[in-house]
Design a protein around this ligand. Sequence first.
Ligand code: PGA
Length: 259
Amino acid sequence: MRRYVIAGNWKMNKTFTEADDFISDISEFIDDNEEFMDDVEVLIFPPSLYLELATDYTDSTEIFIGAQDVSSHESGAYTGEISAEMLNSMETLFCLVGHSERRKYHYETDEMVNAKVKQLLKNSISPIICIGETEKERAENKTDEVILKQLKGAFEGIDFDEDTDIYLAYEPVWAIGTGKTATPQMAQEVHALIRKWIKERFNEKISNDMPILYGGSVKPENIKILLEQEDIDGALIGGASLITEKFKAMITTAIELKK
Ligand code: PGA
């Protein structure tokens, strides 16, 4: 039985003090609910500047911290970049890869996503690979084609051993930050397609174990019905994860569903 994953992607938000207040508040909440954390995994992706702060807080708390991006290069003259080795040295356990905002504003290709996944795996960090179609692609009935192309690209040359831990996030681009959410049925269909592809590319166990999160305008009002879908194992939440009360409410829904 897969557990639920509730992940907050802060994007480029919060000052140091705001980050400090948020993590301290959430850590207390998670400590109070520790008994349920075998069923619900809570991840936070702050800006990299705050990774140390967040990781320190969560040393003794069941919250896991990840970076929002990583360099596709190993090391060297890449001003402004952060390597997977550096993230690992800061005890970062997870990293988002291929978020649609990186693909759109920073021209990330499937090849770059693949190189980043390889860097992360080499440094024992679990990638959360984000994939999703644009509004135009959906209107042109190209959703499946786009998803399969992104999957194929991201997993090029990747093999699983017993330590390999990869998550996926289906985030329809048209639903991110727009208030539009895919219907639970629409999301479930794509999640099932993803799981089937993983089974064919790897095997049934890997596909059954792999957490596939949904992202795109998830909020306390719609998270329950999304999590109730068979192949939706959690949510990658942007806007609504910035407000402690909303983030807590969504974790609480996941806990209730597992009871
Ligand atoms: P949103 O962002 O919840 O604000 O739509 C989701 C994401 O980009 O991961």
